[in-house]
Design a protein around this ligand. Structure first.
Ligand SMILES: Nc1ncnc2c1ncn2[C@@H]1O[C@H](COP(=O)(O)OP(=O)(O)OP(=O)(O)O)[C@@H](O)[C@H]1O
Length: 225
């Protein structure tokens, strides 16, 4: 596959040592094509989140490599890796992680890296992002005034702050009911239409059914078929 945005080779990850050693990943090779919705599925405790963290450069593997847009991530030093991550990947997690005392717009603004931009430009950009996830009417609401699905859409807008090509999500609908899940899925499908690469770990059969690519993880390896 030539146009893969992420390419992983021989990934292993071991936690702990001695009697408490866990081999979370035991040799994963994976290519993710640019664009499209990729779902990582599999039983609990089999290595999905570990894989997601390594694909996003949030953690380093015990061995193996991950190329992001042609760049070998783990040959970079921590600071360089962090800079690459913030340009290329937006992260979304199960529990939204919004700041409760800030409005939706302010939560998005916290992630904008527009150092030179005026306050007015930052505000405008945050409002554009909230419009993109269908929340134009909630820009001044605080998380406590929003439903779970709306909070997760604010988290998605925040993850898009620096216009990364990739969105990486760990169970983004794990804390939502099915109506809110459908809301979030709609936003993700919209983003895929706009050319983003969306990769998510999910236990939801409804979401997995909409994936362009399914990656099944079992016992720390990818199982085919
Ligand atoms: N930081 C850590 N330290 C020690 N062991 C860990 C750590 N993170 C994960 N593990 C172990 O690695 C294995 C894989 O965990 P991982 O979180 O990747 O699984 P998962 O498939 O995402 O599970 P779930 O669906 O329940 O979230 C498990 O046995 C887990 O206990």
């Amino acid at each position: 596959m030539n146009d893969s945005i992420i390419k992983a080779q021989g990934l292993t990850k071991t936690y702990g040592q001695g009697a408490s050693l866990t081999q979370a990943l035991r040799g994963v090779d994976l290519e993710i094509a640019r664009g499209g919705l990729t779902c990582i599925v599999g039983p609990s405790g089999h290595g999905k989140s570990t894989l997601m963290h390594l694909l996003g450069g949030l953690d380093r593997p015990s061995s193996g490599r991950v190329e992001l847009d042609g760049q070998d991530m783990f040959e970079l030093r921590d600071g360089e890796l962090a800079a690459l991550r913030s340009r290329k990947i937006g992260f979304v997690f199960q529990f939204f992680n919004l700041l409760q005392s800030l409005t939706a717009r302010e939560n998005v603004e916290t992630a904008l890296m527009l150092a030179a931009a005026s306050e007015a430009r930052q505000k405008e950009r945050a409002e554009e992002l909230l419009a993109l996830v269908g929340l134009s009417d909630k820009i001044n609401a605080k998380p406590g005034q929003l439903s779970g699905g709306q909070q997760q859409r604010v988290a998605i807008a925040r993850a898009l702050a620096n216009d990364p090509p990739v969105l990486l999500m760990d169970e983004p609908t794990g804390n939502l009911d099915s109506a809110a899940e459908a809301e979030v899925l709609g936003v993700l499908e919209d983003l895929v239409q706009k050319g983003k690469t969306v990769i998510l770990v999910t236990h939801s059969a409804d979401i997995a059914a909409r994936a362009d690519t399914l990656v099944r993880v079992r016992d720390g390896v990818i199982c085919h078929g």
